[in-house]
Design a protein around this ligand. Structure first.
Ligand code: NAD
Length: 439
């Protein structure tokens, strides 16, 4: 695709938006119903595509890709009228008589750029917000998950109006980014996030950046380590660790490290059997390049669980590492794979210092029974989201905003936060001319 094609696509959508057709709530509801039908009628197509791209098993594909978006649609359909109702706003005495209100108006044409790890959900969930807020959208799925990208391109247009799918890699995305959009929603890594933001700046286009980072999990003595291990293992090893909010590493306080490692070993075996390579429920790494990067990290500590890699299969075993130096490569960048380092720290102070010395993470997890520790973590750290007693599940709660802070991103979505993200929140003040006052 060249720049003139991208320009024509955006031009068509802008014309549609300017016609006013997307503004009525009935149009928005129709598109959401269309997306819902797409997920139901083409579920098998998407499940096959996700398996081909990531060897994602059907249960995981249904739960984390299809049902998650369907829940987002249902929650939005249920609440859309109330979210879109203008909010009355009080105005100060010197400005009276008069009435204030806050209204949400669609921005126009949105660009949604998706990654490969949840290649369906991370394109469609933002699209729910864009359409519910009354926008048109161009969606660009990731080229690294080509089967899902092709399935979206083939089927989505038959179910919704006001959306165009552009497939491709850097040249296609670059051609799109040259166009003037009214908002850009990007999910992926921070390096490309900077490219997106620089391109958006030329048009003064607002951006949402859903990025990643190293999300820590703090484990305190007194926490039930068997339950902690189960919840950490689910968060870490689902999708073979390729989840933006997967716990990246564990900060094990006091003597919890070795016991937690034992429980993790039992949990991994219960989840995937003695040899996860033969398990139907265990995924694969997206590409050989990503596989090789991860394989090189397996030597950064002692593998007390897993530690195996198979390049031909793009397989990395669910792995738990101990004896890891905080300066080791595995502790430098986001791991984004099924390797869980355990770093031992003496106390809560040391855990908080460890977190605060690093970039603000997308998620922070803590397993503790202490209200005082919870209070300290909540008030003394900054992260996109904070979860006590579990991992990754907060992204499935549409009442909670989802997004990062600092290096983990900017902006937030899900539920009503998506409406605000894809709307201009406009101030309206209506003063009767008959009042006779100058102000
Ligand atoms: P990716 O390589 O698929 O890239 C994401 C998108 O950027 C793709 O559509 C790709 O075509 C486009 N792109 C790549 N290079 C580009 C360039 N030079 N110019 C313009 N566009 C370009 O995905 P990724 O970045 O490897 O995804 C992994 C990262 O995403 C991890 O850091 C992960 O934590 C993060 N992530 C964040 C969330 C979230 O919700 N916050 C969700 C999933 C993944």
């Amino acid at each position: 695709m060249i720049s003139s094609d991208a320009s024509a696509i955006v031009g068509d959508l802008r014309e549609l938006f300017r016609s006013g057709v997307t503004k009525p709530v009935t149009w928005r509801r129709k598109q959401l119903a269309g997306l819902r039908a797409l997920l139901t009628e083409q579920a098998d197509v998407f499940i096959k595509a996700l398996y081909a791209d990531l060897r994602k098993n059907a249960v995981e594909a249904k739960r984390a890709e299809i049902a998650l978006v369907r829940n987002e649609i249902d929650h939005t359909l249920e609440n859309l009228d109330s979210w879109l109702t203008p909010e009355p706003a009080d105005i100060p005495q010197p400005l009276r008589p008069g009435a204030g209100r806050v209204v949400r108006e669609p921005l126009g044409v949105a660009l949604i750029i998706g990654p490969w790890n949840y290649p369906l959900q991370l394109v469609l969930a933002p699209l729910v917000g864009a359409l519910a807020a009354g926008n048109c959208a161009v969606v660009k799925p990731s080229e690294l998950s080509p089967n899902t990208s092709a399935a979206i391109a083939e089927h989505l247009p038959a179910y919704v109006e006001g959306v165009r799918v552009v497939e491709g890699a850097i040249p296609e995305t670059t051609a799109l980014l040259e166009q003037k959009f009214d908002t850009i929603f990007y999910t992926g890594n921070g390096t490309v996030g900077r490219i997106v933001m620089a391109a958006a700046a030329k048009h003064l286009t607002p951006v949402t950046l859903e990025l990643g980072g190293k999300s820590p999990a703090i484990v305190e003595p007194g926490a039930d380590l068997a339950v902690t291990a189960q919840r950490l293992a689910y968060g870490k090893f689902a999708n073979a660790g390729q989840t933006c909010v997967a716990p990246d590493y564990v900060l094990a306080i006091g003597d919890t490290g070795p016991k937690l490692a034992e429980h993790l070993a039992e949990t991994v075996e219960a989840m995937f059997g003695a040899d996860p390579a033969t398990s139907d429920s265990y995924g694969r790494i997206i590409s050989t390049r990503h596989h090789d990067r991860l394989a090189a990290l397996l030597d950064d500590g002692t593998a007390v669980v897993g530690g195996k890699a198979d390049r031909d299969e793009k397989y990395i075993a669910p792995t738990v590492l101990t004896d890891v130096s905080p300066d080791a490569p595995v502790m430098r960048d986001e791991i984004f794979g099924p390797i869980l380092p355990i770093i031992e720290v003496p106390d809560v102070d040391a855990a908080l210092a460890f977190v605060n010395e690093r970039d603000k993470p997308l998620a922070l997890y803590a397993f503790t029974e202490s209200d005082e520790t919870k209070r300290r973590i909540e008030t003394e750290t900054s992260s996109g989201g904070l979860v006590f007693g579990a991992a990754i599940i907060h992204l499935a709660a549409p009442e909670l905003p989802f997004g990062g802070v600092g290096e983990s991103g900017m902006g937030r979505y899900h539920g009503r936060y998506s409406i605000d993200n894809f709307s201009h929140v406009k101030a309206v003040l209506d003063k009767p001319l008959a009042s006779g006052k100058a102000t």
